[in-house]
Design a protein around this ligand. Structure first.
Ligand SMILES: C[S@@+](CC[C@H](N)C(=O)[O-])C[C@H]1O[C@@H](n2cnc3c(N)ncnc32)[C@H](O)[C@@H]1O
Length: 307
């Protein structure tokens, strides 16, 4: 086993890479390199093709050493800008395996997990300015409430936001433990772990501006694909999946049906996976992190589709 496999076990590997690589001489982009599991499988399929790999986490860069690819340590929201530096304006396929890697989640000092005593951090890009600690201690009550209900679907978001604000008056909330102490009073009995996970998910999405970055990347991805090109996305929660599904089925992030002058429905993408592909029982048994994964694949059309 190569070391990067310990960093992160790739999810839906065969299904996603088979859906992505249709032209072995083509140009491909892995938006979320991580441990490089998907990237290696893409490289195995290329014959004269080229692979670009993005990851905003400097810890991922070491996994790219020795691989025949161009690693770009940057947020994928700058996809077009970086590819332009390499004079690439069209690509054959784009893969995004969203969310955090096991490495990020399992390193106690990154502050992503409720399991460890650590400072509240949660930055995927460790050079970014805003940490989870700043958000918890500096956001207004209304901002906290919006974040908790929108990104964590926390039911008592208003009560919790108020409790966070009054707790931090006495003492700043610096660590995972500090935050869990505040949460403990509001978590439904017997379902504490799920409640903590919802709050931590909300914070993580906010710290990394994940929904905006995804939206910006998806729009650029559609522009960059050649006709026949593939967009392959693995998402891990319903907010991500909604954006991906809207883009693939309707051609826009809002999921609005767009029509031409004659009332024909327009979309530059055609969905390849009618329903999202989810991991088989065997994969789930081996990899608990795969449990919420949903894979969707779309193909770029020559002309907007008329239905
Ligand atoms: C689920 S892991 C990908 C694992 C990878 N497919 C593998 O096989 O090892 C997600 C990775 O994407 C990176 N990432 C998430 N959002 C990003 C963004 N907006 N820009 C660049 N990298 C991002 C994370 O830092 C993390 O390393």
């Amino acid at each position: 086993m190569y070391m990067a496999a310990l960093y992160h076990k790739p999810v839906l590997l065969t299904e996603s890479v088979n859906g992505l690589v249709w032209n072995p001489q083509g140009v491909y982009v892995d938006m979320t390199f991580g441990g490089g599991g998907h990237a290696r499988a893409i490289l195995d399929k290329l014959q004269g093709g080229r692979l670009f790999a993005f990851d905003q986490d400097e810890a991922a860069a070491a996994n790219a050493e020795g691989l025949e690819l161009t690693f770009i340590q940057a947020n994928f929201r700058y996809l077009k800008k970086y590819l332009k530096l390499y004079k690439v304006t069209q690509v054959d396929g784009i893969l995004a395996d969203l969310g955090v890697s096991s490495h990020q989640f399992d390193m106690p000092d990154r502050g992503f997990s409720t399991r460890f005593q650590a400072d509240l951090d949660m930055r995927m890009d460790q050079s970014a300015k805003q940490t989870a600690q700043q958000i918890v201690n500096e956001y207004h009550e209304e901002q906290l409430q919006r974040m908790l209900s929108r990104y964590g679907e926390v039911k008592n978001a208003r009560t919790l936001a108020r409790a966070i604000v009054s707790s931090r008056i006495n003492q700043p909330i610096r660590t995972v433990e500090d935050l869990k102490k505040v949460l403990a009073k509001f978590a439904p009995k017997g379902r504490e772990a799920k409640y903590y996970a919802q709050v931590f998910q909300a914070l993580r999405i906010e710290v990394n501006d994940e929904m905006e970055a995804l939206a910006e990347m998806l729009e650029q991805a559609v522009d960059l694909l050649v006709p026949g090109g593939r967009l392959v996305v693995i998402s891990y929660h319903s907010l991500e999946d909604r954006l991906v599904k809207n883009m693939m089925t309707k051609g826009n992030l809002a999921g609005e049906i767009q029509q031409d002058f004659f009332g024909n429905k327009l979309n530059v993408l055609k969905m390849i996976t009618r329903k999202p592909v989810v991991p088989e029982a065997e994969e789930l048994a081996e990899n608990n992190r795969a449990r919420s994964a949903k894979l969707r694949i779309a193909e770029k059309l020559n002309v907007p589709v008329r239905r």
